[in-house]
Design a binder for this molecule. Sequence first.
Ligand code: X2X
Length: 337
Amino acid sequence: MRKLLTGILALVLVFGLASVDTAQAALKGEYKLTMNVTTDTAWGQGGVKFAELVKDYTGGKVNVKVYPSAQLVGGDQMRQAEMVSSGAIDFMLNSTINIAPIIPECNAFSLPFMFPSYESVDAVTGSAAGQMVLDALEKHNMVGLAWGENGFRELTNNVKPVAHPDDMKGLKIRVVTPIYIDIMRALGANAIAMNWGEVFTSLQQGVIDGQENPIVGIIIPNKIYEVQKYLTNWHYSYDALILAVNKNVWESFDPDIKEQIKKAAVDSMRWQVHDVSRVGLGDGIEFLKSQGMTVTDPTPEQLAAFREMTKAVYEKWSANVGADIVKAFEEAVSSFK
Ligand code: X2X
């Protein structure tokens, strides 16, 4: 009897330890998260917050390390999604713009003048329309955990105030993705494709005249006002962020860890959108003026002219995105106009 009990105890111990071992072996010492911006941008702060909350909610079991400034991809921001898809990188906090070359559904956010307000953005990201984009990630071996925000992209340049498409003729504007190249060309500008990491120096050296990016998210933290004189507050395109993870990495987590990481994603991104990105827009514009920038708010008629000139681009790229997603976006947007 004693022998039997000892035997059972030994078995329990061996199997007990083995199962603890496998659970722990499944966790890596470090999970890499890529971003192509610095940690002091609104976007970057969201990535840092996510890593902190993951550590907190998993009781230190999961360690996410943030790699900013596209350092894991040699500065090539478009490669991040591909590397998370293949598993070479675990997590990304990435712009839909940078994901779109492999997942065209992401271009739905970049369609010119799609969103009139933040409410209309939230109507998309908080509904089945946004879910359609996240589902598209799954087909590429990634799981979308939460939406973050880079923001409405505003135009800056060094040549003249831009209030109407006529003002854009010949301006050399840096963009990063094919849909924006088409938009800039439709408006008469010369579009130049370039990674974000090279933009500040190129503006400084006059290689380009202008660029487009969100005010609070990017223009202020990157001191773009030091090398740009004019800003056009035209909300021509909205830039959403997706916090995503490689699917095999995701499946390797047990249900408790999944729940804790999902909560860290939702909480950190809610904070990033509502307490960082959307705070201080009015002050931000005043700040840019105090730094010597001239800020132009196009009139409704001028905005209509921009919209009219980019209509063909909207139609062309809708086919690339997929008619069903564009329709779902348009319906969500019009419910909140
Ligand atoms: O490259 C840009 O303009 C940036 C930083 O906004 C993106 O990554 C899309």
